[in-house]
Design a protein around this ligand. Structure first.
Ligand SMILES: [Zn+2]
Length: 325
């Protein structure tokens, strides 16, 4: 795939935004995909309204560069956690932000006078990998992020699979299990995200221990706690959980493989980036072999794929693939 520069010859900087469930990252990105200045802020736990989020975003963009430099940018691109509306202006019913909707494009255009383009963070990560990361090598690949939530972006035969509203790839809601019956943040039951996402992984760990008749571990409250328990704990039974997690992950990965027949799956997100040795080998072991196993690889962009993809969107390159205008 050609780089944005090769395609249009534009060299202007853009503002890229990665609006996650936990953190907000903004950067000034050059035409060659270098995030020159980056700022990170924590998302509010319980925002009083959408203005709390847009205000945080505006303050952090302002702090990146003087007004003249921002005004000279080609645009603002946002990859945001949660489904986006048809017009690519607003996040709607985000499962990890307790608000009905968060309009982003209009307030930012009003503030900075720049075109603003918004896609979901998986689509942004996908484009980051496609233009600057491992995805450059493949015509058909899946970008899969396992962090607070789980989601994917797909490029099939060189084109983004966008879906009706640009929200294809919500694979966190694939059905993976009926034994534990754990509820998902979306209200469904047995969905992958309700087991293997950073948010729900500790709950799955405790459910697995109960099922095995093992003692309760009240001090394990986060995904890093679970992995620490596996790495440092004296109890070898904790390793059994890694196999069970691998079985659940492989169930969903097997579905993704038969749906898209990808050459590669590029894994991203904090849960995988911190623990590739515990996550990937069990998937390889348990995944179905109805189709040949694709290459399973970890993103080389150090968690910046959504931010770099947002810079691609800021330049308007999504128009080649889908409905983002
Ligand atoms: Zn769900």
């Amino acid at each position: 795939m050609t780089t944005p520069d090769e395609r249009t010859g534009k060299h202007a900087c853009v503002i890229a935004v990665d609006l996650g469930a936990t953190n907000l990252r903004v950067a000034l990105v050059t035409g060659t995909g270098i995030a020159e200045r980056t700022r990170t802020a924590q998302m509010p736990d319980n925002p009083s309204g959408a203005a709390a989020i847009t205000g945080l975003l505006i303050r952090n963009i302002r702090a990146l560069a003087p007004q003249e430099e921002i005004a000279a940018c080609a645009g603002i691109g946002i990859g945001a956690a949660g489904p986006v509306d048809k017009n690519h202006t607003t996040i709607v019913r985000p499962p990890n932000i307790p608000l009905e909707s968060v309009p982003l494009a209009d307030p930012l255009t009003e503030e900075f006078g720049l075109p603003v383009r918004l896609v979901n963070d998986c689509c942004a990560g996908l484009l980051g990998e496609a233009y600057f990361g491992a995805g450059r090598e493949y015509g058909t690949f899946v970008y899969l992020t396992i962090s607070t939530g789980i989601g994917a972006g797909i490029i099939a035969n060189g084109s983004v699979v966008a879906g009706r509203d640009g929200n294809a790839g919500e694979v966190g809601h694939l059905f993976v299990d009926s034994d534990y019956g754990l509820p998902c943040g979306c209200g469904g039951k047995g969905h992958w995200e309700g087991y293997a996402s950073g948010r729900f992984l500790p709950r799955f760990y405790h459910a697995w221990r109960r099922k095995k008749g093992l003692t309760e571990e009240r001090d394990v409250v986060s995904a890093p706690d679970v992995f620490r328990r596996v790495r440092d704990g004296p109890d070898p039974s904790a390793h059994g959980f890694i196999r069970e997690l691998g079985r659940i992950n492989a169930r969903a990965i097997s579905d993704i493989i038969v749906a898209y027949d990808p050459e590669a799956i590029v894994f991203d997100g904090s849960v995988v980036l911190s623990n590739p040795d515990l996550i990937l080998p069990p998937i390889e072991e348990y995944a179905d072999r109805y189709l040949p196993l694709p290459r399973l690889t970890v993103s080389s962009l150090a968690g910046h794929a959504p931010l770099l993809g947002a810079s691609v969107i800021a330049r308007g390159y999504m128009t080649r693939f889908g409905p983002v205008g």
